[in-house]
Ligand binder design. Sequence first.
Ligand code: PMP
Length: 372
Amino acid sequence: MQVPRKILMGGGPTNVHPRILSAQSLPMLGYFQEPLLAIMDEIQDGLRYLMQTESRYICLLGASGHAGMEAGIANLLEPGEKIVIINQGVWGWKAAQMARRYRGDVVEVCKEPGVACTLEELEELLATHKPAVLFICQGESSTGTLNDLSGLGQACHQHNTLLLVDAVCSIAGSPLFTDAWDIDCLYAGAQKCLSAPPGATPFMMSERAIHKLQNRRQPVACYLFDMELNGRYWNWWQERSVHNTGLITNWYAMREALAIVADEGLAAVWQRHSDMHHMLWQGLGQLGLQPLVKDPAHRLPCVNAIQVPPGVDARAVIDYAMKTYSLEIATGLPPLNTAIWRIGLLGYNAAPHNVALVTTAFREALQEQGYA
Ligand code: PMP
């Protein structure tokens, strides 16, 4: 099998860290053998650090980031209950689609692309709708928008609402404090700022979320991601038993990814993403390119949305970067498509040499089109 080498600077996946690639080729273990269970315990410790939580209800789900969305909605929401979903792009839109399939009473709040939410408007939504669940992305990667979540959990709990947060893209890329922000259910992504392969999705629940799960009137409609069953494998309850076979080599990868984050230190990891984001915009700004997100405080450092200037062929720029440098630049996702480019500064790839190469590729590709 021949696989070409690419420099992945789109919205994810990113290039896998070499330490993680080699961790994946370690020997297979049985799904309930002692050394694997010890690795699972260590993963839980690493996840608690990554998410800044003391919760014991923490684990990996065996599928890509969508698994976290599915598990969060399926376990927290009962049929007929109200869920307010903040739609700031593709991921909020998908959450609304999913919640309807679980027969939730969905209030979908659509925001203009690139505009973050304020705590005041979210408080107003909570007071008006008093939903069972509020869904929001910390980082909406389709538009490069970052929401400030501080104070939101406390606001939710005043109305008996559970706070469900998508941090697939933002985990390790932006500061996140699960316990201090009173988040009830959080899921993250492996293939973004953790530089791991897709497939192991970090997932966490608070005591409040567990209380809801244990007092449901109806069973969770998604068997694979029923957290009562998954939790048994991850030692959430007194007795440990297997639910489905763990994605064992993917878990080795996540174990190593978490060790890499701990080696560097979370504060340093957040700072590096922020520094690379500023370096990128300095370079792109000199070319006359503009961010989609107007407010600098609400720009996601790890996925950057760049407006395509009028008259420029977005696709030709992407093709130039790939042909010349094997460098991936992403388009927008529907409905933005070729209205924006997206540049990921994700984990291992968030480094000055990559940022410099991205800027060079844009400069040359735009020159080729006669853009001044
Ligand atoms: N949420 C966000 C914010 C994402 O960026 C992504 C992946 N791009 C997902 C959810 C879905 O994750 P996956 O593609 O790994 O299933």
